[in-house]
Design a protein around this ligand. Structure first.
Ligand code: SAJ
Length: 418
């Protein structure tokens, strides 16, 4: 089978690799020329286990080529970003529309077209379907159109693409069947058949569920700071209940999914989607909350106004170099605006300036941990004691456990003690 994947990012590239690994001829398309040139040399621009090996094998076997222009295929898969529009928080489909337009001249009767990008409920019906119908195709007869969202965890993408159950939402039952046939090539999880709009909303709702639950734990952290209770102890104890699972509070919610997808639902029903919007607002308030407590710590322990703060971790979550929508940058901007000197240490993010541990902590008044990288679990405490101006850690991810007496440790549990 010939497959053309539009968008060679976090999802498109591993998807292309898996089709190639399973005997398909795959063309990977992207608008970035440097990405295309690198991919054809086997150089992969994404930090994700398994992808470089799979792409290099596919190139060697002649089953994968990257190019700027789409090509004829049996199945077209669209995996381009869907940001939200600033003005009304709705789903910005412009990249999806561009991708659809770009394949028009290669599409033939009998082809399957799948949108994997996360999209607002109704997007296929209202926006994507008309693009092909305008060309005279009857969907479900001439062309088969479906929305099949991915649901993978960064760091485990290759494994989860194969093993997770998959939602297959066709415009008609024929579309659903054809799309399921394509995924059957490498997916070992269940192929759950439904219609496009249900698939769209299910995907948005998965991430909304998580966003709301994180907001609840962030709200708890704020309440506990006010009424002098340790939020982390509350979570530990409450979670002993067999049907309770409170998530972890943190500096905010980042990434390209949880921080965005809930808006797609909200924008469709703003009068009704109250909890969804409130949860977003709560999570978006966390950078200011963290800034407020950094200032309280500094005011308590430091005598100068423009103290140096050592930021540990700017990626949106632990053990990844991905900084998309990371709340760390808002916190850094706040602290700079307040006049502080900022040095950043993040061994996962590709930026030479972020890799010097000693320089980051030297003479710092506070070490502010914003990502739960494994490297931060066992920090070199002796160096912190020796090099920092004040050996204080504010660990917003609750990753540092045992500290020597010389170090003062704050986290989102004991803020009322500042
Ligand atoms: N976070 C917290 N507290 C927690 C858990 C997470 O503050 O208890 C924060 C993280 O630090 C991060 C953000 O939330 O900033 C999102 O992280 P995540 O690990 O929850 O999610 P993503 O964005 O990496 O991946 C999600 C996954 N969705 C769900 O778990 C429902 C994944 O399965 C989806 O495929 C992916 O979004 C996506 O592509 O939509």
């Amino acid at each position: 089978m010939n497959i053309c994947v539009i968008g060679q990012g976090y999802i498109g590239l591993p998807t292309a690799a898996l089709f190639a690994e399973n005997g398909c001829n795959v063309v990977g398309v992207d608008i970035k020329k440097e990405v295309i040139d690198d991919l054809n040399k086997g150089i992969v621009h994404i930090e994700e286990p398994g992808i470089p090996e799979a792409i290099n094998d596919a190139i060697k076997e002649g089953r994968y080529v990257a190019q700027l222009e789409p090509a004829e295929a049996d199945v077209f898969i669209i995996t381009v970003p869907t940001p939200y529009k600033m003005e009304n928080l709705s789903c910005d489909l412009s990249f999806v529309v561009e991708a659809c337009n770009s394949i028009l001249k290669y599409v033939k009767k009998g082809n399957v077209i799948i949108v994997e990008s996360t999209i607002a409920p109704g997007s296929i019906e209202e926006t994507v379907q008309p693009i092909f119908e305008k060309e005279g195709y009857v969907i479900g007869k001439d062309l088969y159109l479906a929305h099949c969202p991915e649901r993978v965890l960064p760091g485990r993408i290759m494994y989860e693409l194969i093993h997770n159950d998959r939602i297959i939402g066709g415009v008609t039952p024929e579309c659903t069947d054809k799309a399921a046939e394509a995924y059957g090539i490498f997916v070992e999880g269940e192929l759950m058949k439904t219609e496009a709009k249900t698939a769209e909303l299910s995907k948005c709702m998965e991430n909304t569920f998580r966003d709301i639950n994180i907001a609840l734990s962030n709200e708890l952290a704020k309440i506990c700071a006010e009424i002098d209770v340790n939020a982390l102890d509350v979570i530990k104890l409450a979670n002993k209940h067999p049907r309770v699972n409170i998530l972890n509070p943190g500096p905010g919610v980042g990434g390209h999914c949880l921080a965005i997808d809930p808006y797609f639902i909200y924008a469709k029903a703003p009068e009704t989607a109250k909890i969804i919007k409130l949860a977003r607002d709560t999570n978006k308030s966390m950078p200011d909350f963290v800034t407020e407590y950094v200032e309280k710590i500094i005011a308590r322990y430091d005598d100068c106004e423009n103290s140096k703060i050592a930021i540990f971790g700017v990626s949106y979550k632990g053990n990844t170099g991905d900084t998309r929508e990371s709340p760390a940058f808002e916190i850094i901007a706040n602290l700079k605006e307040n006049g502080h000197d900022i040095e950043i240490f993040d061994p996962h993010v590709e930026n030479e300036g972020y890799h010097d541990f000693k320089n980051t902590i030297e003479n710092a008044s506070l070490c502010l941990i914003l990502a739960d990288h494994d490297e931060f679990k066992n920090l070199d405490m002796n160096s912190l004691i020796k090099e920092m101006k004040n050996p204080i850690i504010f660990d917003t991810k609750n990753i540092v456990q045992n500290v020597p007496d010389e170090i003062i440790l704050y986290n989102l549990g004991n803020l009322s003690k500042i």
